[in-house]
Design a protein around this ligand. Structure first.
Ligand code: NAD
Length: 262
């Protein structure tokens, strides 16, 4: 496969580790320059060095996606340095591990601000930039979750926030189609990242299990009997970000090793 994103400018949120970092590296491998956003300064700087080692330009910006002020300031920096944005990937997210009756309002708001409101803010700024600059085949892709489609015990705020991502994706798909901008989401099942390891540690005890027992139980439900690797999700997001996917929009694509079939 040749380079799919030669000369494009991409923004990746949550780029310091996990799926966001895997995607930033994939974009760079395919010829794009990458703006990396994350709250984790150290991880972000390491990821930016790895992006540059692939021959791409990297602009790391430390930003708390829970703050609309910081998001707007970060986007001001992007627009001061680059003329137009071709691709936005919303990967930053946090999970919860508390029964709804125990979730305090502050935690609920934090989950919604990072997992959903930040995507609305990033999409609004980016789509306006794309429209103003008459970007051809602009792309927006967000990470939702399998947990957006079916409720999970001890994960209520997260499930509800990710269900919001799916509907935001549909509506933006409708509203931006006339500009040739596509908007998609991916809904991964279990992915082998630090977030998932912390889910095993926190949610195992809620289910009366050790983290290892809980990990084994969850992977036993997956027909492929394993978690996905971050690069496997990034590979599909790369496709959705490329001109090969110009006619796909408004869809939340499940990638779960067959988990939703049983
Ligand atoms: N791991 C899984 O099994 C799984 C499954 C489905 C969906 N997801 C979703 O995939 C996305 C990536 O998850 P991951 O597993 O790679 O997790 P991760 O924790 O490894 O990475 C998430 C990144 O988001 C960043 N982030 C968190 N809060 C932030 C904030 N306030 N401001 C800026 N950056 C912030 C973190 O610093 C981190 O670098 C998330 O949206 C997550 O909800 C994960």
């Amino acid at each position: 496969m040749g380079k799919l994103l030669q000369g494009k400018l991409c923004i990746v949120t949550g780029a310091a580790r996990g799926m966001g970092k895997a995607l930033a590296l994939k974009y760079a491998e395919h010829g794009a320059d990458v703006v990396l956003m994350d709250i984790n300064k150290e991880g972000l700087e390491k990821a930016a060095i790895e992006v540059e080692a692939l021959g791409a330009h990297a602009l790391p910006i430390v930003v708390n996606m829970a703050s609309s002020k910081e998001i707007n300031e970060a986007m001001d920096k992007v627009e001061a340095k680059f003329e137009k944005i071709d691709i936005l990937a919303n990967c930053a997210g946090i999970s919860t591990s508390r029964l709804i009756l125990d979730v305090e309002e502050e935690e609920w708001d934090r989950v919604f601000n990072i997992n959903l409101k930040s995507i609305y803010l990033m999409c609004r700024r980016t789509a306006k930039n794309m429209i103003k600059n008459k970007v051809k085949n602009g792309k927006i892709v967000s990470i939702s979750s399998q947990a957006s489609k079916i409720g999970e015990l001890g994960n209520g705020a997260y499930c509800a926030s990710k269900a919001g991502v799916n509907l935001l994706t549909q509506v933006l798909g409708l509203e931006l189609a006339e500009y040739g901008i596509t908007v998609n989401a991916v809904c991964p099942g279990y992915v082998n990242t630090e977030m998932m390891q912390s889910v095993f540690e926190k949610r195992g005890p809620i289910e009366g299990m050790t983290p290892k027992e809980y990990e084994e139980l969850l992977t036993s439900y997956v027909p492929m009997k394993r978690m996905a690797e971050p690069e496997e999700i990034a590979e599909f997001m790369l496709f959705l970000s490329s001109e090969k996917a110009n006619y796909i929009t408004g869809i939340s694509h499940t990638i779960a090793g067959g988990k939703t079939l049983i």
